[in-house]
Design a protein around this ligand. Structure first.
Ligand code: RUB
Length: 310
């Protein structure tokens, strides 16, 4: 598949979920590099930078995307020959995809160790990392059940309940506004992340923050499953994570909207959960409190505030 096609699929959400977006972007850069005819080092580097920009322009919120692009193209500008540059892209893309896959497996083990027999877990959206922990707990023979939200307007919850059903996990499917009503039946909340800020705030699918608030009120733990490449070093330099706002036609049909000239539809698709409503962030490096976000950035993303980093 061409890099442009991958970019298109990320944009229209055929490829979605922060981890998958990152893995597909790294693989697209590798395949793109391999498809380029030999034209010299500087032509190769500038074409790879152009390709990176196409991917980066697809969706703004999941920081796994710029982190994956940065890790795949790291050191490219210092390569001395075209073949060295080509080998670098391939090695780093493969390394990223492999590390990402292993990270999700490790996160699943840690999440599953926190899921006890008999627990009911509430989850939101369709997070591979969060689901991996739930599926592993079931595989370990734990008798668990799940409360899954619908996730308006895109209905990612449907993907989640299909997977849970395939694994014969008893699941209750609820509309997003029923979260507080059902929180008393949950023992634990597990969600994924698109970005984690330097202060440990978690950016995830819109509605996550109200689930965390309801969990806090009901004294239920909130666990965030997030690979280290979802941490956003730029937030340590004062940058904000841009919250993607998608087409209003996802919420209300253009015909209905046209009949309601005084109504403005808004469709932000992510929100920010402050660290005080998060009990633990489970990364492949271990389960850490939100306050450890800076340490994760330094140790696992090589973040150095003195240098320009992703
Ligand atoms: C997906 C979403 C997921 C995170 C984590 O939003 O918010 O919870 O991306 O997913 P969208 P994963 O459907 O808009 O991409 O754990 O799979 O990386």
């Amino acid at each position: 598949m061409s890099l442009e096609k991958t970019a298109e699929q990320i944009k229209n959400m055929e490829i979605r979920g922060a981890g998958k977006i990152a893995r597909e972007a790294a693989a697209a850069l590798r395949d793109h590099a391999e498809s380029l005819p030999k034209a010299g080092l500087s032509a190769f580097v500038s074409e790879m930078n152009r390709a990176a920009d196409i991917l980066l322009a697809t969706r703004p919120t999941a920081v796994s995307l710029p982190n994956a692009v940065h890790l795949t193209l790291a050191g490219l500008s210092s390569a001395e020959t075209e073949s060295e540059a080509r080998a670098l892209v391939k090695t780093q893309a493969d390394r990223f995809v492999d590390a990402s896959t292993k990270a999700v497996e490790r996160i699943a083990e840690i999440c599953a160790s926190r899921i006890a027999d008999g627990m009911t877990i509430m989850t939101h959206c369709n997070s591979k990392a969060a689901l991996a922990g739930i599926l592993l707990a079931k595989k370990q023979g734990k008798n668990i059940s799940v409360i899954a939200t619908e996730v308006r307007p895109w209905n990612q919850g449907l993907l989640t309940i299909k997977t849970l059903n395939d694994h014969e996990i008893p699941t209750t499917y609820i509309v997003d506004s029923a979260v507080r009503t059902f929180m008393k039946e949950a023992d634990l909340v597990i969600v994924g992340a698109d970005a984690v800020t330097v202060k440990g705030a978690v950016v995830n699918k819109i509605g996550t923050s109200q689930i965390a608030l309801a969990a806090h009120e009901a004294r239920k733990n909130v666990l965030v499953a997030a690979e280290t490449y979802k941490f956003a070093p730029k937030t340590a330099l004062g940058h904000h994570i841009e919250i993607e706002e998608r087409s209003t036609s996802e919420v209300l049909s253009p015909e209905t909207a046209a009949e309601l000239p005084f109504v403005t539809v808004r469709n932000p698709v992510f929100d920010v959960t402050p660290p005080r409503y998060i009990d633990v962030i489970v990364t492949e490096a271990g389960a850490v409190p939100p306050e450890a976000a800076y340490t994760i950035m330094k140790e696992y993303l090589g973040f150095n505030p003195e240098q320009e980093n992703p």
